[in-house]
Design a protein around this ligand. Structure first.
Ligand code: MBD
Ligand code: FE
Length: 284
């Protein structure tokens, strides 16, 4: 038999009590947020008639998630990271800001402190020999469309097995493999060589995967490369590109693919083709 008690005055008073709403100490903002979240949770338990067994299964899962350090992994899987992006986009639009390169989520696998390189960098250490050579170049522009000399381009991606350095379960990658901070030249240009990454999958058997499977979903991402773009006096851009042609390019468990972030990939058969495209020089 299902009962609902949410609207009873004693339950409402209880919610105020657990949130410290009537206590002088603590943070007003923390109280406001917790009061709202706990109210929504109590209401959901009531309306969905969530059983104690279901509730305790949820608690066990939260503990497992924490032990695995995967709060930052299920967050994009449940769309929260993308939702924050959509809200920032809407704020920008309301301010009349037109972002030429869309933002998209950071994800949980950035590591600060990558080697700093001027102009052109090699990202990979050459040990992942399954990877196809990847050459990328670009220019950082400000809001007014002018190049930004000395802009900082932080770039990171995974290897052909979908593993990121610092998070590699096989432990074979050196620190900062496939992670660099590139300082753009006087014309705002940067370039790098690396290998084409493959897609990423959440760890098999992990609490993140278990929840996604319970929802009938998968935990895979298409091949992608992450960027932070920053410069003095400029707002930082967090974004990614996807590798065109990946079958999952529009089926990303982390919901990060966006229009404008799937650049054309040009395949070069040989060195002569690379040279003809003007990609020699720093890439040699
Ligand atoms: C990733 O590589 C990633 O970019 C995101 C957003 C989530 C999990 C793994
Ligand atoms: Fe990633």
């Amino acid at each position: 038999m299902s009962v609902t008690i949410f609207d009873q005055p004693d339950v409402q008073a209880f919610l105020r009590e657990i949130s410290g709403l009537d206590k002088p100490d603590g943070s007003p903002r923390a109280k406001q947020i917790i009061h709202r979240l706990m109210s929504d949770l109590f209401k959901a338990i009531d309306e969905l008639d969530i059983t104690p067994d279901e509730y305790w299964a949820g608690i066990a899962w939260v503990n497992e998630l924490g032990i695995a350090g995967q709060a930052g992994l299920i967050s994009p899987g449940l769309g929260l990271d993308h939702f924050l992006d959509l809200r920032m986009d809407a704020q920008d639009a309301a301010l009349g800001i037109d972002n030429k390169t869309p933002r998209t989520i950071e994800g949980p696998l950035y590591v600060a402190g990558a080697p700093v390189v001027q102009g052109h960098a090699r990202l990979d250490d050459g040990r992942d020999t399954d990877g196809q050579l990847l050459l990328m170049h670009g220019t950082v522009f400000n809001d007014a469309g002018q190049p930004v000399p000395g802009a900082q381009v932080e770039v990171w991606h995974c290897d052909t097995r979908g593993f990121y350095s610092h998070f590699d379960p096989t432990g074979v990658q050196a620190p900062f493999n496939m992670r660099r901070t590139i300082i753009a030249d006087q014309q705002g240009r940067y370039s790098f060589r690396s290998i084409l990454p493959n897609g990423y999958g959440v760890p098999p058997g992990s609490p993140t995967e278990k929840l996604l499977f319970a929802l009938g979903r998968h935990g895979q991402r298409p091949a992608h490369i992450h960027f932070f773009i920053s410069a003095d006096g400029q707002r930082k851009l967090t974004t990614q590109i996807n590798i065109a042609g990946d079958p999952l390019v529009n089926d990303d468990f982390a919901h990060a693919t966006r229009d404008g972030l799937v650049p054309e990939v040009v395949e070069h058969g040989d060195a002569a083709s690379i040279a003809a495209a003007g990609l020699e020089g720093p890439f040699a």
